[in-house]
Design a protein around this ligand. Structure first.
Ligand code: FAD
Ligand code: HEM
Length: 378
């Protein structure tokens, strides 16, 4: 299997834009009409999701050590769509038909064989993980909403209780579906370390015009039901490390880092930890009250709240400790960070420059774990 040839081939096809996904799904649903119901009714916004991910993943088959854990999680997570082994050849066939169509004269038997081998391998890893998981856990968890706190017009903190324990590592996310938006699954980070009562917290920020966040933030009520998929994500605490810890959160990017913080707090000797929590305005620091209480109780934790879009006003006791400026600048102002493990989460416009700055400030790139809330699927 020639991985470079696969990458080049997918890049060429992907250049042809929206039509590629349109072709793929038309092909899939014409040949397999029964699969249509697994997908959301309106698909225009995310038509490219499965196809783009498929292509990118398959084109990375030369990096199996990185890819395999991701595929295993994806395979487990796919159980929530009701997907079983029989569905995989159908998707593979439409993927190949699409690639063949858009490759034109570049398509040949060798390339077809490479794609087939790569897809088969990826599908095998996903299915094996799904089957193994199937023996122990459900395809999805039903969960009841037991608390909704509207912290701001665009941010709600939700607490749910799953109908059976949902095992996860702090820092991971689960896909969430609400009955008001059937089959529109969206990932949300679990904002707490596992509790004896198995409840899970989510911090949801409304994305303007977004179908799911609008419902979760504005209309969800106590007693409503959600469905949750299997946990995914690698923004998890390195338990082997005894280094000091730097947590940098933009807005609801706080959620997974708060779970990690709670996990650190359970250690007999927690490391020295700095938590930077940034937002545009003071008002958007929606969890500051809780975090301040936590920092007052935990001598090893330093909390640094920061706002980027509000100039420092006249002195006020309740805002005196808030830094002003973009998160990377605020982090830099507070010191150099060599020897730290860093965890960064939030929107891409915050995560990318923060990571670059941390490297300049002495954090080794391989000691930085990050997640952005828009793109996880490689
Ligand atoms: C691993 C992971 C964990 C996540 N955890 C959280 C979380 O804890 N809390 C949370 O509020 N959101 C989280 N998200 C984002 C969440 O999954 C949804 O995308 C978001 O709530 C919007 O959903 P929607 O259906 O309303 O709009 P979507 O249809 O998802 O998005 C509408 C548009 O907004 C863009 N967009 C989506 N999210 C953002 C964002 N955060 N910033 C800027 N643009 C965005 C999309 O690219 C799209 O163009 C996470 C995403 C991932 C991938
Ligand atoms: C090698 C095999 C596959 C890979 C790599 C793959 C990858 C992905 C990825 C990365 C996503 C986006 C995940 C998300 O954001 O929730 C996705 C979504 C999805 N996949 Fe797969 N998938 C594979 C096989 C299949 C198969 C066989 C089916 C069966 C029909 C399927 C059905 C779906 C559905 C229904 C969605 C949700 C789409 C949406 O919400 O728009 N996938 N897949």
């Amino acid at each position: 299997m020639d991985a470079q040839r696969l990458k080049d081939s997918f890049a060429r096809v992907a250049q042809q834009g929206d039509e590629v996904a349109l072709f793929f799904y038309s092909d899939l649903f014409i040949r397999n009409p029964q699969l249509r119901d697994m997908f959301p009714i309106g698909m225009s916004a995310q038509r490219e999701k499965l196809l783009a991910a498929l292509g990118n993943i398959v084109a990375q088959v030369d990096n199996l050590p990185a890819l395999v854990p991701f595929l295993q999680q994806l395979g487990r997570d796919h159980r929530k769509f009701g997907i079983v082994a029989e569905h995989y050849p159908a998707v593979g066939a439409s993927l190949l038909a699409t690639l063949r169509y858009f490759s034109g004269p570049m398509w040949n038997d060798d390339l077809a064989e490479d794609w087939n081998a790569a897809y088969t391998l990826v599908a095998k890893v996903m299915l094996e993980a799904a089957n193994e998981e199937g023996l122990a856990t459900p395809a999805w968890w039903n969960a009841q909403v037991i608390a909704v706190e509207r912290r701001r017009f665009d941010i709600s903190v939700l607490r749910v209780v799953p109908d059976q324990p949902l095992p996860y590592q702090p820092g991971q996310s689960v896909a969430v579906e609400t009955a008001a938006r059937p089959r529109h699954w969206r990932y949300y980070s679990i904002a707490n370390a596992p509790r004896p009562d198995h409840t899970l917290d989510f911090h949801v920020r409304l994305v303007d015009g977004g179908p799911v966040s609008t419902v979760l933030v504005r209309t969800l009520r106590v007693g409503d039901q959600l469905r949750l998929g299997a946990p995914i994500g690698t923004l998890t605490l390195d338990e082997e490390s005894s280094r000091d810890v730097l947590l940098v959160a933009g807005s609801t990017g706080l959620a997974p880092l708060k779970a990690i913080l709670e996990q650190l707090a359970r250690r007999p000797a927690p490391p020295r930890t700095h938590l930077f929590f940034g937002a545009r305005t003071r008002d958007a620091l929606y969890d500051l009250e809780h975090l301040s209480k936590l920092a007052a109780e935990l001598p090893w934790l330093t909390l640094v709240p920061a706002v980027s879009d509000e100039p420092p006003g006249p002195y006020r006791a309740d805002t005196a400790d808030i830094e002003h400026g973009a998160l990377p600048d605020v982090v830099a102002r507070r010191g150099l960070w060599p020897g730290h493990d860093a965890y960064v989460c939030g929107p891409p416009a915050m995560v990318t420059p923060t990571v670059e700055r941390l490297v300049q400030l002495g954090v080794s790139r391989d000691r930085i774990r990050m997640e952005t809330f828009v793109e996880v699927q490689r």
